[in-house]
Design a protein around this ligand. Structure first.
Ligand SMILES: [Zn+2]
Length: 239
């Protein structure tokens, strides 16, 4: 059973009605549709509640991807009462946490655009996030990176996702050349996240609609992670 991923087309949905289609053998709850993002691409899985018809709440500790057909698994806190297959629930996000992830994820794409080196890793958190870069024998100028990110925030560029066929990528090699990360191949289509005039890359995460919503960004410590690798930490000002 493939769960319909409503967050892929509208990352601002805070809740949805859904039907329980199954409980897997590890106690994960499978719904027919959901607003919960499963851990992936450096972005943590969503937390929240499933509200039953009798108003009881099942607290969701995290959301993950499974194997095969289980693309979204809602993991309840231990000891929770389980819903029955066929039951209707309201799936409601811990929105403040998710929105913080959206601000951070879009912020990291701006960081990616502000640093002219390849990304080797990344981590998104509600309070602090980071990207790792292979800088070769180059170096990083922290105040310049911070100024460039905040310039891109102030420019309030639109952010949007679109699906493209691999055949379209093959027909437009320039499109691939402009991407900061090479698109994965083999699934037929690729989800591209575009920050207009700023950044284009394959990404499955949940993003803001405009860069202005990121707000003021501070670049924290730049950590040495080996001869060529640097970790750039970012935090966001309170909204
Ligand atoms: Zn991304």
């Amino acid at each position: 059973m493939i769960t319909e991923e409503l967050f892929r087309t509208d990352s601002y949905l805070k809740e949805c009605d859904a039907r329980v289609v199954g409980i897997n053998d590890r106690g994960g709850i499978i719904l027919d549709r959901t607003v919960f993002y499963p851990t992936g691409g450096g972005q943590p899985g969503d937390t929240g509640v499933l509200v039953r018809e009798n108003r009881d709440e099942i607290r969701i500790a995290t959301t993950i991807k499974g194997d095969g057909d289980e693309n979204v698994i809602h993991v309840a806190v231990e000891g929770s009462a389980m819903p029955a297959p066929g039951e209707t629930v309201t799936a409601r996000l811990d929105w403040d946490r998710r929105y913080a992830h959206m601000r951070m994820h879009t912020c990291l794409h701006l960081l990616c655009a502000a640093v002219p080196f390849g990304v080797t890793g990344g981590k998104i958190g509600a309070d602090k996030s980071s990207l790792d870069f292979d800088i070769g024998d180059g170096n990083l100028d922290k105040p310049a990176i911070e100024a460039e990110i905040n310039r891109l925030v102030a420019a309030d560029r639109p952010v949007g996702a679109r699906w493209v066929d691999e055949s379209e990528l093959d027909a437009n090699p320039d499109l691939v050349r402009t991407m900061s990360v090479q698109p994965p191949r083999g699934s037929g289509s690729v989800r591209l996240l575009e920050i207009s005039d700023v950044d284009l890359q394959p990404c499955g995460g949940t993003h803001l609609a405009r860069t202005g919503e990121v707000g003021r960004v501070e670049v924290g410590k730049i950590e040495n992670k080996g001869k060529r690798n640097r970790r750039v930490n970012v935090t966001l000002a309170a909204m």
